[in-house]
Design a protein around this ligand. Structure first.
Ligand code: AMP
Ligand code: MG
Length: 392
């Protein structure tokens, strides 16, 4: 059995960024990272642009300027101004090449086509130079940049509507167990509703991983073997739940061996989630998560999360951890480090009742996991604890 730290570093060292790229519409690329540098195809702005409504002048030491015309946003004209002349101009309009100052309309008076101002002005004021933001041929955004709404606007402003991104992983979720039935069916004695696959699907959706497929199998060696053979071929990441313990009906471990999955670790000294398996086969990453729902989800956030971030090319691989102050006490049994479901708010954290690995009721209202090191057996009110913030 290895430690949590060892397990985390094995996961980090054995997962990698997916190599497959895809080209998608920019507005659908929110949350992806750019797979390549974006070179600007144009100067932005593409012309000297007025930043204000007012008058463009060809400046000099004049007491007034003669207005000779008008340029609106979108006009493709370039009136020629002689020193002492002006044109009416509006925000976003192309500034005539012969104009060197924009006077804002609030600061001038116009009488009989003559423009008067008493303001001091500076050459080039209120004119956005051509290529001020980015010039044609320059790198507009670097490979690896996260695509946020502003990125989408920026790329569109350069006329770019498609980008190349790192493909998100295709994830298989395999639930195992004879006792599991579908919601809507009537429970017979000994049966429970299958909940892990929907829970993990939604955990993936909440992180914007939508390429998921669920497989459900009974505790049967042949079925386990054939389903796992298929998913290993067709997916980048396989999340199996249940069947990884040492019971006589736990076939996952045997099937993974038979399929020559390279075991990177099995069993982590932690609570919940001791019977956690991590391995890989060719480029596919495999987790066999514990069947107990709360253990399964904890392992998702602590370990699977890392693989997902790494596959996307992100540099921050783990969920954020903060120090917080406890609002209540907790007695930990045993020497395994524990992740406690908790509610974090503004530097304070409430440790919840009902930490059993089979219980989701507590998890459903928590927004954090408090990490309790193995050697700590008691947490008191006002203790400082390491708190993992969940992406909720
Ligand atoms: P296992 O790891 O297969 O021994 O399962 C441990 C516990 O988790 C058992 O009580 C199972 O019934 C339960 N369990 C396993 N898989 C699921 C699932 N997909 N949905 C809900 N509970 C499950
Ligand atoms: Mg089982």
């Amino acid at each position: 059995m290895i430690s949590i730290d060892e397990a985390i570093s094995i996961v980090k060292n054995n997962s990698k960024t997916l190599q497959e790229l895809k080209t998608i519409k920019v507005e659908k690329a929110f949350g992806y990272l750019l797979a390549e540098d974006i070179v600007s195809p144009i100067d932005m702005p593409p012309f000297r642009q007025s930043a204000m409504d007012g008058y463009a002048i060809c400046s000099g030491t004049f007491s007034s300027y003669t207005i000779i015309g008008e340029v609106k946003a979108g006009d493709s004209i370039n009136p020629e101004l002689k020193p002492g002349e002006a044109v009416r101009i509006f925000t976003g309009a192309a500034v005539p090449d012969t104009a060197d100052v924009i006077l804002i309309q609030e600061k001038v008076t116009v009488k009989d086509n003559e423009l008067y101002t008493e303001e001091e002005f500076k050459i080039a004021q209120n004119i956005r130079p051509k290529g001020e933001q980015v010039q044609k041929g320059e790198v507009a955004l670097q490979k690896g940049a996260k695509i946020v709404p502003a990125t989408v606007g920026y790329l569109y402003s350069l006329g770019i509507d498609k980008v190349s991104v790192i493909k998100k992983p295709s994830v298989a979720i395999v639930s195992t167990g004879n006792e599991l039935i579908e919601a809507g069916e009537e429970l017979k004695h000994g049966q429970i509703y299958e909940s892990n696959s929907a829970m993990l699907t939604s955990a993936l959706y909440s992180l914007k991983f939508y390429d998921t497929e669920v497989y459900k199998i009974e505790d049967n060696y042949e079925a386990t073997l054939s389903t796992l053979r298929t998913v290993l071929k067709n997916h980048d990441l396989v999340l199996i739940t249940g069947g990884i313990s040492v019971g006589e009906y736990d076939f996952v471990g045997r099937a993974l061996k038979e399929l020559e999955v390279n075991e990177l670790f099995y069993k982590v000294k932690q609570k919940p989630g001791k019977p956690l398996f991590y391995g890989k086969k060719d480029e596919t990453q495999i987790f066999a998560l514990p069947g107990n729902p709360a253990a399964s989800l904890s392992c998702f956030y602590i370990y699977v999360y890392i693989v997902l971030q790494k596959m996307m090319g992100k540099s921050t691989l783990e969920l954020p951890r903060v120090e917080s102050t406890t609002l209540n006490s907790f007695i930990k049994k045993g020497d395994r480090p524990q992740f406690l479901k908790a509610i974090y708010n503004n530097g304070k954290v409430e440790l919840l009742e009902g930490q059993n690995s089979s219980m989701l009721q507590t998890f459903a209202v928590s927004n954090a996991l408090v990490f309790v090191p193995g050697e700590v057996s008691e947490i008191s009110i006002n203790d400082k604890v390491e708190t993992i913030l969940l992406p909720v």
